[in-house]
Design a protein around this ligand. Structure first.
Ligand SMILES: Cc1cc2nc3c(=O)[nH]c(=O)nc-3n(C[C@H](O)[C@H](O)[C@H](O)COP(=O)(O)O)c2cc1C
Length: 215
């Protein structure tokens, strides 16, 4: 599967099989996390046993408490931390999808039950549930390209393709509260229109746009 096929196959999965992730794949995830932590100056962690991370009522109602494992998205507190978590976390989400696993970004979870290492000056921003889905999820309802773009002149193909994949990105409560602006000099701005976890969303959206724009 190429990157675009992986993006198209990914949906949030909230119901998981009890099957644990096998050790070979755990090693692959850990290796990828090490790379991403270097690249993004982050402290993402694979927590093999999700334990009671998803025991909140909302999590249980959605089925998320069935996830066997979790990615704890941690990093040194900084102005751009949330956006970097989104960008590099989505790289990890797409990698997981490419090796047959399923995921769900989750802002609602029981922070004190997640067995993550959070050093002084670090922040636990969000979690990602991971495992083998009982299903593969389904496509989300989406805004149109016109609703999320501002274009000076005619959009080139790379921009159109970038936007198409940005609209397939997961966003908190499927809010898609971003604008992608194409300037006259063909530079692109990503604008966050606010909302819960919208900075994480923006990082995720940037990663998707980049993949679309380069193909
Ligand atoms: C930053 C962020 C936080 C999210 N938080 C939760 C959550 O707490 N619980 C949940 O069930 N889904 C959560 N989601 C998943 C979104 O609801 C989902 O991405 C969105 O509805 C789009 O669906 P899709 O991921 O299947 O494309 C979150 C997604 C993002 C990006």
């Amino acid at each position: 599967m190429n990157e675009i096929e992986v993006i198209k196959a990914r949906h949030s999965v909230r119901n998981y099989k009890p099957t644990p992730i096998e050790q070979g794949k755990v090693a692959q995830i850990k290796e990828m996390i090490e790379e991403l932590n270097k690249e993004g100056n982050l402290h993402l962690q694979f927590v093999e046993d999700a334990g009671n991370t998803y025991n909140k009522l909302l999590n249980r109602a959605m089925g998320l408490n069935s996830a066997p494992s979790v990615i704890a998205c941690v990093g040194k507190d900084a102005e751009d931390l949330e956006e970097r978590i989104g960008y590099y976390g989505e790289k990890l989400v797409l990698f997981a999808q490419s090796i047959g696993l399923n995921t769900c970004w989750a802002g609602t979870f029981n922070r004190k039950n997640l067995d993550a290492e959070i050093a002084d000056g670090e922040k636990l921003v969000i979690s990602i549930a991971i495992g083998y889905g009982a299903d593969q999820g389904r496509a989300h309802k989406s805004k149109t390209p016109e609703q999320v773009t501002e274009v000076a002149g005619t959009a080139p193909d790379w921009f159109t393709k970038g936007v198409e994949l940005a609209l397939l990105a997961p966003t908190a409560i499927n809010q898609q509260k971003f604008v992608i602006r194409l300037n006259a000099d063909e530079s692109v701005d990503f604008i966050d229109k606010g909302g819960p976890y919208s900075k994480v969303d923006l990082g995720i959206v940037k990663r998707h746009f980049e993949i679309g724009a380069k193909h």
